[in-house]
Structure formats: structure tokens, C-alpha cells
Design a protein around this ligand. Sequence first.
Ligand SMILES: Cc1cc2nc3c(=O)[nH]c(=O)nc-3n(C[C@H](O)[C@H](O)[C@H](O)COP(=O)(O)OP(=O)(O)OC[C@H]3O[C@@H](n4cnc5c(N)ncnc54)[C@H](O)[C@@H]3O)c2cc1C
Length: 398
Amino acid sequence: MKSCQELRTGGTVAIVGAGPSGSMLARLLQMQGFSVKVFERDASPTSRPQGGSLDLRKNAGQRAIEQAGLMEEFCRLARSDAKAFKMLDSQGKPHPAGDAGTHEEAGPEIDRGDLRQMLLGSLAPDTVAWGHAVKDVLPEAAGRWRLEFKDQAPVTADLVIGADGVGSRVRPCLTPVRPRYTGMAMLAAVIRKELWRGSELSELLGEGSVMFADHQQTIFVQRCSHDLILLYYSMVVAEDWPTAEGFALDDSKAVLNAITAAYQDWSPELLTMLTQVDGKFHRWPLSVMPPDYQWETQPGLAMVGDSSHAMPPFTGKGVNLALLDSLELADGLSADPAAEVTAVVKTCEARMQERTRNEISECLGVGRYIYGLEIDFTKPQGSDVRNLSQVIPVKDQP
Ligand SMILES: Cc1cc2nc3c(=O)[nH]c(=O)nc-3n(C[C@H](O)[C@H](O)[C@H](O)COP(=O)(O)OP(=O)(O)OC[C@H]3O[C@@H](n4cnc5c(N)ncnc54)[C@H](O)[C@@H]3O)c2cc1C
């Protein structure tokens, strides 16, 4: 399969992963007449919680939405007043860094689940094969690739695109570099339903979000659609926590004890308010790719989104970059019918690598500032340190 025209008229595109990047890419390619199939590990679109609220920026995520012809639906689902953002310290006082201008560029917020559902709903029927967890990606003759699944018959395609997030099965075909665990995880929980409106926390939050930050820790509180309030606790824990500690994540009492111990320097009244959760916790280990890693383009393969540039959510741009990757790849494959597919992918990947070098560096800078995170990619996993001297000791501020 050499040219984009050949790919469009007689070829097959297989996208691994039906997250935001994979479903956006499928939508944009289908609009251009490509034959696309998406293989997704989840058994169904609703088989697990889809996370919180994301802001889609004008020059990134919203550009892709516009091109996908979904702006009207996006505006119906998105919440502009959810951009409101406050930063407070561990005593509930204004943070010395102010609101850090962090949300100046922010766009309207949309729940990740709503975004994904909107994208999935825009695809041709049966585009997504649910319950297809890719196990291996293997080369075949003539630059084609074979996808092997856990429980399903294998499939071959002319172009395989990894949109399968941080644990990508496509990435190892392109590079041995793997995301590095930062030593931190976010624990997500939902505030008890009766407190979604009318509670002290609800008043403090308004329609937006509040970041409590102190002592290298944060608790991020976010209002989502349907009034739901989500919390994220930053935790310095081993990658296999809490198993390594001898308890399970569904042992809510043990998890709450771990949170209370981790935040022992925080105001007890504030912590009481911030731990009125409904009892279920989700663990989100934070990993990051080295900012300057590169890979050689291979015929028949590409990557978009977190699979190529996983980073912690410190700058809140992951989904925007993921959608932008998909937009650029779809544009590249549709622009010039005579162009070679591999050359198009190479150009898109070069642009993506350049962009993500800056974005990951910026993200790591925020991690250093707030969490004291120092990652030396030249050293093995586990040797990273937290540099206390670089962190603003909020309690010592005038
Ligand atoms: C809780 C949370 C909060 C976030 N907050 C923000 C924010 O405020 N702003 C922001 O911009 N970004 C945020 N992000 C990041 C953002 O959600 C991701 O950057 C974005 O979803 C990346 O999209 P993606 O499609 O590349 O990968 P993912 O969303 O990870 O999707 C990958 C898909 O691939 C599937 N998959 C994985 N492995 C396989 C396999 N082997 N076979 C088949 N399918 C597979 C997965 O099930 C999933 O559906 C947040 C992420 C989370 C989890």
C-alpha cells in the first residue's frame, strides 16, 4: 500500500483503542472515505468509568471537533462556566501562587465520557469492535501488520494506528522506550451524592474546580456534568500500591486511612470536608515519556495520543494533544491522494514529536514546582528524587 489514494480506495485502516484520539481519528478518516475499524479492549462503551471533566482548547481540541462537524453537539454538552478555577492551600486559604493564570487558555469543559460518547455516536455502525484487547502487533508481508487479540481471531491491516494510551501495544513496534512511572498516582473518588449541591464544598467549588496544594501534595476537586463532584488526591506511592501494602483498592476504610496519613499536615476540618466520598476509589498511576525521545517511522504503523506522549495531567493538555494528533494525521492522509502513506506519517510524527517535546517539558516543570518531582531519564526507574528545595513551602510564605 503506497499512496493515500490506494489506502483510501482499497486499503484497510485498523485503529487500536476507542479513546478520544482513536474515535476522533476514525471519525475524521471515515468522513474522507477511508475504510476504518477500531479495536477496543473494553467490553462496551459503558463498561468502566470514563474519568472527569476535560477542557478543550480553541487551538487544539476544538479544532478537531470543528473539523469532525461536531461543534454544535459539543456546545450542547460542554460547560463554559466550568472554566472557573481557584487555588487554595492546605488550610483552605488563598494559595500564594494565586490562581497562577493557569486557566487563561482553558476552553469549555466536557466530561470525558460525554466526549467519547459523542465521538462514538458519530461513527458508522459497527466501526468499533468491543472486547478486542490487542495482545501483539506483528509484521506481515508487503508492509501490512497483524493484530493478535486475547480472545478473538487475528486481523491484518494496511495501516495500524496505536491510539491505545499509556500501555500501548503498538508503541513497542516503533520504539523500546516505555513511559516512566513518576512515583505518584492520583486517587479518584466521587463526593457523596447528597453533597453535590448545597454543601460547603459545593459552594466553594461553584461550577468550576478548586486545587488545594501544599507540602508537595494536591487535592483537586472538580464539578462535572449532572452536578457530580469528583476528587483527585495526589499520592506518593509504589506503582503497585495498594497491593504492595497488603490491602485492596475496594477496601475503602484502608484507602481513607492512607489518605488521612498522607495529608496529616493539612487542616483537619478541610480534610474532613474533602473525604466525604461515596466509598469507591480509582487509581491512576502517573507515567511520562522522556520529552526528547524519538522513533523511526515504520511502513504501515503510526501512533497518536497518550500512546506516544503519555504525561501526567499537570498542564491539563493530554486530550487536546491527542485530538490534535488525530486531526493532523487525518488531514495528512486526505490532503494529497498521490502522497506516500509512510511519508505522510513521517511528517505528522515529526511535528508531533516537536510539539510534545515542549509539552512534556512544560508538564515536568509544573510537576517540579508543585510536587518536587525530579525525573532523571538517564537513570533507572526508582532512582528519582523529590527535590524539596524547589517546592514553594506554602506554610512558610508571608
Ligand atoms: C482521570 C483523568 C483526568 C484527566 N484530565 C485531563 C484534563 O483535565 N485535560 C486533558 O487535556 N487531559 C486530561 N486527561 C488525559 C486525557 O484523558 C488523555 O490524555 C486522553 O484521554 C488521551 O486520549 P487517548 O485516546 O490517546 O488515550 P486513552 O484515553 O487512554 O484511550 C485509550 C483507549 O485504548 C484502549 N486500549 C488500551 N489498551 C488496549 C489494547 N491493548 N487493545 C485495545 N484497546 C486498548 C483503552 O481501553 C482506551 O479506550 C485526564 C485523564 C484521566 C484518566
